[in-house]
Design a protein around this ligand. Structure first.
Ligand SMILES: Cc1cc2nc3c(=O)[nH]c(=O)nc-3n(C[C@H](O)[C@H](O)[C@H](O)COP(=O)(O)OP(=O)(O)OC[C@H]3O[C@@H](n4cnc5c(N)ncnc54)[C@H](O)[C@@H]3O)c2cc1C
Length: 462
């Protein structure tokens, strides 16, 4: 990468205005450190374009000057993919925050990449519609970031991940050209699916500037339950049964013991049910007519699997149960800087994984602690590993856990992406032919490698 000289900065300022070309370290600091605090870089300039045309102009200037770019949305990513680790410039999408009117007939909307999930949810709710993906970072994470990471969240069990919500995208490619396909046709087999390609591309193939998204009917009638289990096998068996018997199933989340004790301490409230249990599953049902009876019947059908159950029927009691799940990431951050390993394991090996992984970790670092929780409905476990007294754990724990995941046939990244944190482990899930195909795609769309060069693909050996 070439050094950035003042004439290039002046070009950037001409495009976005000097107020939106941030250079002072105290102004750029929140853009150069990630949400976890584990990944920190430096950037000569953070650019905040107002529209797609400005993004395209910025990219043209950067490409001509051979300057690398990190596209950034809400900077809530958890794998070190959104921060400049090698002096890249940042193009922040936060000003691409326009929501177009909802297309009620099609149940779709076109929004800017910088629209936050919470703003999108609020916009959709005005027409009694909802977004299919929801996650705890909703106030800050953006549509562009969610597409680039193929975000999952709590409703994948019902609506799928972000890739399933996208009908079209507009994006700026590495030469500054704009691709745009926002008609939102449900059936449109006219060649390669560029939205599908950009979903999960982590800013390496293009900068998403707009998206056409599918919306779903807003389901106002909701009921939640927290179900405590004595062991992980029972929680997994119960989840499979709930998926079979509950048509209104909206979310199935899990918190394992160490994480539950920490979050209950963090929010200053005792564990609602089964104090000595090993796994707590939070189930939410949602429908247009009250699904409480359906949930009660399904829980009855679990027989003796649960130890204890708490049900939340009104907004207040539901929120009380959900806070144990939603505040875990924040609770863990108060303890230090964890290594976050977000993995999926098939249902048949899930209990084995959760039971054994603390030992896998302690074989590498005896002082490390594992805190686990996740989206049980889709086999997604977040393994958060903390070292002693807030220190980071031994680097070797990541490799040990990810090797174990691969051995069980799981995925080393369920929903957060590969980022810079896991790129050296991508080969555990992807064959050399797949990696060669990835590199060919990258080369075709970004021949000079200026888009997010430190993420996803492992460095090529010289
Ligand atoms: C409390 C908390 C809870 C979370 N829960 C979940 C969860 O349940 N499920 C889940 O999947 N994730 C979760 N996350 C992770 C994170 O919120 C998601 O990965 C989210 O999609 C990132 O969006 P962002 O706008 O913050 O992207 P950033 O963090 O800004 O960027 C993430 C990646 O996307 C790229 N990118 C961003 N915008 C663009 C763009 N416009 N064009 C091209 N590339 C772009 C970046 O270069 C980077 O590689 C959570 C995070 C936190 C802090």
């Amino acid at each position: 990468m070439r050094e950035l000289d003042q004439s290039v900065i002046r070009e950037f300022e001409r495009i976005v205005g000097a107020n939106h070309a941030l250079q002072e370290p105290d102004l750029t600091a929140s853009y150069t450190t990630d949400w976890t605090g584990r990944f920190e870089g430096q950037s000569p300039v953070v650019l905040r374009p107002a529209d797609t045309a400005q993004v395209a102009e910025l990219v043209k200037v950067a490409a001509a000057a051979e300057i690398s770019i990190v596209p950034q949305g809400g900077n809530t990513g958890l794998v070190g993919g959104s921060v400049p680790l090698n002096q890249e410039i940042i193009i922040s999408t936060l000003r691409l925050n326009q929501c177009e009117p909802i297309d009620v007939l099609a149940q779709q909307v076109t929004v800017g990449a910088g629209v936050t999930l919470a703003a999108l949810q609020s916009h959709a709710s005005q027409r009694e519609l909802d977004m299919g993906v929801d996650l705890a970072a909703r106030d800050s994470c953006t549509v562009g970031g969610m597409i680039a990471t193929n975000a999952g969240g709590i409703n994948v069990v019902r609506y799928g991940a972000m890739r399933d919500q996208i009908l079209g995208v507009e994006a700026v490619l590495s030469d500054g050209s704009i691709i745009s396909h926002l008609e939102g046709l449900e059936k449109d087999n006219t060649g390669y699916s560029l939205p599908g390609l950009l979903a999960g591309s982590e800013g390496t193939l293009g900068i998403i500037t707009k998206a056409r998204l599918r919306l779903h009917p807003r389901l106002e009638e909701r009921c939640s339950a927290m179900i405590a289990f004595n062991n992980v096998d029972d929680a997994v068996a119960a989840t499979a049964q709930l998926r079979r018997t509950l048509p209104s199933l909206h979310a199935v989340e899990v918190i394992f013991a160490e994480a539950m004790h920490l979050v209950s301490q963090h929010i200053g409230s005792s564990i609602p049910v089964g104090h000595d249990a090993h796994a707590w599953v939070i189930v939410e049902v949602a429908a247009s007519i009250d699904p409480t009876e359906e949930l009660a019947k399904a829980i009855d059908g679990l027989g003796s699997l649960p130890v204890e159950v708490a049900v939340g029927m009104d907004t207040g009691t539901r929120a009380n149960l959900w806070q144990y799940r939603e505040k875990i990431t924040e609770a863990i951050s108060t303890q230090g800087t964890p290594h976050k390993l977000d993995v999926t394991i098939g249902a048949s090996r899930l209990a084995e994984f959760v039971n054994r992984v603390p030992q896998v970790i302690s074989e590498v670092d005896r002082s490390a602690t594992a805190l686990m929780f996740g989206h049980l409905g889709d086999g997604n476990v977040h393994v958060n590993i903390l070292g002693p007294a807030g220190a980071e754990p031994d680097e070797g724990v990541d490799e040990a856990v990810l090797l174990y995941v691969a051995k069980l046939g799981g995925s080393i990244s369920a929903e957060h992406g590969i980022g810079s944190a896991k790129r050296e482990f991508l080969h555990l899930n992807r064959s050399s032919s797949e990696l060669a195909a990835f590199r060919a795609i990258k080369k075709a769309l970004d021949p000079n490698g200026i888009l997010n060069p430190n993420v996803l693909l492992p460095p090529e050996s010289p």
